[in-house]
Write a protein that binds this ligand. Structure first.
Ligand SMILES: NC(=O)c1ccc[n+]([C@@H]2O[C@H](COP(=O)([O-])OP(=O)(O)OC[C@H]3O[C@@H](n4cnc5c(N)ncnc54)[C@H](OP(=O)(O)O)[C@@H]3O)[C@@H](O)[C@H]2O)c1
Length: 219
């Protein structure tokens, strides 16, 4: 059975990824800061990982034997605006969680993903598209995800020779704690669609930024 590593799997999209891959018979390694009753119900391996702990993230690969798929899903919104020193510290933490930690984790598991000619997926957001930003605001969140896209694009290019496929996905606007109750899509629909996109990714799509419906998003 293939192996998938999912970060931020206690709730929201990460929990739904864990649910669907596990139901399909995959071996799921689910990372959390704290587990949840919903995750505890699943037959998955749960590992503690706070994405702000960059030492633990960097060494995480040693805790895994084989890996076919990484879903770097854990993410945070950060401060809504950046006007105070405290906001600035929040922006910095948002970068650690949304940008630096996913990249470090991908590097840490790269040899194992390469051994299975597997895939590295970053859950990004359309809000990280600079070209599509016509409404402004959300400095910390937007900039951290734009930078994630930039790093992941290089990762795709740098790992191409090892047979690895890397891509960034936008899940849609989804009903989670982050997406809020007005979001038009529920997690099962978004995750099922993203899984289909992931399944269909080949070397020609590596380095791309896609919406959950498979359409490409401009940088
Ligand atoms: N929902 C949407 O509409 C939407 C749209 C575009 C992109 N996204 C992206 O989708 C991903 C999942 O978000 P979601 O909608 O499922 O939101 P969510 O319900 O708020 O879940 C966020 C997840 O990230 C984890 N997380 C946050 N900070 C962390 C840290 N320091 N270390 C480890 N885990 C941490 C949370 O764990 P805790 O419970 O421990 O905080 C939680 O599991 C995010 O990357 C987000 O940017 C979502």
């Amino acid at each position: 059975m293939p192996n998938v590593l999912i970060t931020g799997a206690n709730r929201g999209l990460g929990l739904e990824f864990a649910r669907q891959y596990s139901a399909d018979g995959w071996n799921v390694i689910a990372t959390v800061r704290d587990s949840s009753p919903e995750l505890d119900e699943l037959e998955v391996r749960i590992e503690q990982l706070d994405m702000r702990d960059l030492d633990a993230v960097e060494g995480f690969g040693e805790r895994i034997d084989e890996l076919d798929l990484l879903i770097a899903n854990a993410g945070t919104y950060g401060p809504k605006s950046v006007t105070t020193e405290e906001d600035a510290r929040g922006w910095s933490e948002t970068f650690a969680v949304n940008t630096i930690a996913p990249f470090l984790l991908a590097q840490s598991v790269l040899a194992k993903v390469a051994a299975s000619r597997g895939k590295l997926i970053a859950i990004s957001t359309r809000m990280g598209s600079i070209a599509e930003n016509t409404s402004g605001g959300f400095i910390a969140y937007r900039s951290s995800k734009s930078a994630l896209n930039s790093a992941w694009r290089s990762l795709a290019i740098d790992s191409r020779d090892q047979g690895v496929i890397a891509a960034m996905l936008h899940p849609g606007w989804v009903q989670t704690r982050m997406g809020g109750p007005s979001a038009p899509i529920e997690p099962p629909e978004s995750v099922a669609a993203m899984r289909q996109v992931i399944e269909g990714l080949g070397p020609d799509q590596s380095g791309g930024f896609f919406s959950y419906d498979g359409s490409e998003i401009v940088w």
